[in-house]
Design a protein around this ligand. Structure first.
Ligand SMILES: Nc1nc2c(c(=O)[nH]1)N[C@H]1C(S)=C(S)[C@@H](COP(=O)(O)O)O[C@H]1N2
Ligand SMILES: [Mo]
Length: 342
């Protein structure tokens, strides 16, 4: 696709390339210190530390991917491939920022169902079966139902360029393909008592090695949004990236993108959606409540207990830059909040 700036893969700065799993261990999790970010804990972001862009490059991973840059394979294979590429909605742009090269963003993932090693997710995720796939819709809706991929792909698709910001302070810019979450929720005919939406990701102890090897986590992954957040124009159901259906590592066959929130608010590989009158619990808030709130809007002045959120690093360019309130979407979403949300 013409919009892609191709670059050699594996340009990740050394520190970013350090697998988080080296630092995290079971005891830390159980102690409530949580996950993530630990691998970046040594960064002197914004403190006069040397520029990571200039830091020695990561040792190129050995083996197949390095020798022979792999295609980014849609988990659906050829299924629904006729829906791509979808027309781009120019209302959602990146300003002066460029897109992150696909080979970087799709080789550096958080998907704990496979592994906590960000560079290992894509390999373990290859070939994970996503057909057939069903989504159970329950709760405060008039239309309880089970939907499949035919229903999901019946929504008209569009491409949007979105910023993405992980709480671990890495950031990227991705062309997602999908449709507004509002359209999906409206199709369930929610009752007036529906105030929140809850998502559940796939559970599969046999097929997902990270669910087997990390039994201390409250699998399956679950997330939630206030209904007005979920109905906001920016809340997006994602079925594709870079002009094709999603590769597994990005959460095929469908995931959510909430670009003004930290990345963990965008659940992957969703199998259930529930509309509720009560605020749902979330995977990371349950695991480490002092570190991960329910709202989790990107906010540079609210430090994470273990690190400042003032700065972020672009995984494509290595650039360190100031974190923007609501990840740059303040104009669109600040009105949803009164400032007390955590
Ligand atoms: N089911 C599930 N969804 C998930 C996660 C996960 O581990 N499991 N990780 C979250 C986190 S912390 C981030 S930063 C993003 C990463 O998305 P990406 O790998 O597609 O960039 O997915 C989010 N959604
Ligand atoms: Mo994240």
């Amino acid at each position: 696709m013409a919009n892609l700036r191709k670059r050699p893969a594996w340009e990740l700065p050394e520190r970013l390339a350090t697998p988080e799993s080296i630092y995290s261990n079971r005891r830390r999790v159980l102690a409530g210190l949580g996950w993530g970010g630990v691998g970046l804990g040594g960064l002197a972001l914004g403190l006069g530390g040397r520029s990571l862009a200039a830091a020695p490059q990561a040792t190129a991973p050995k083996g197949d991917a390095d020798a022979e840059p792999a295609m980014i394979e849609p988990a659906l294979g050829k299924s629904f491939s006729d829906r791509f590429p979808a027309p781009r909605n120019e209302a959602f742009g990146l300003g002066e920022r460029g897109l992150t090269p696909e080979m970087i963003g799709s080789r550096y993932n958080n998907f704990y169902e496979f592994t906590t090693d960000k560079q290992g997710v894509w390999k373990l995720a290859q070939g994970y079966p996503v057909e057939p796939w069903t989504i159970q819709v329950t709760g405060r809706v008039r239309k309880h139902k089970t939907i499949g991929l035919e229903e999901i792909f019946a929504f008209p698709l569009e491409e949007r360029l979105y910023r993405f910001r992980c709480v671990e302070r890495w950031a990227m810019q991705v062309p997602w393909t999908g449709f507004p979450l509002r359209k999906l929720i409206e199709s369930f005919d929610p009752l007036a008592s529906a105030k929140y939406v809850r998502f559940v990701s796939v559970e599969d102890k046999e097929g997902l090695p990270g669910q087997r090897s990390q039994p201390w986590y409250p699998w399956p992954y679950f997330e939630g949004l206030r209904l007005d957040e979920a109905m906001h124009e920016l809340a997006f159901v994602v079925v594709g990236s870079y002009g094709h259906a999603l590769p597994m590592q990005h959460g095929a066959p469908l995931r959510i993108a909430m670009p003004w929130k930290y990345g963990y608010k965008s659940p992957k590989s969703i199998v259930a959606i529930e509309l509720s009158d009560r605020k749902p619990a979330t995977f990371w808030n349950d695991s480490a409540p002092s570190e991960y709130g329910f709202y989790s809007n990107v906010e540079p002045t609210k430090p994470h207990p273990r690190w400042s959120q003032a700065m972020e690093q672009d995984i494509g360019t290595g650039e360190q830059r100031k974190t923007l309130p609501y990840n740059g979407y303040a104009e669109q979403v600040a009105g949803l909040y009164n400032g007390s949300e955590f």
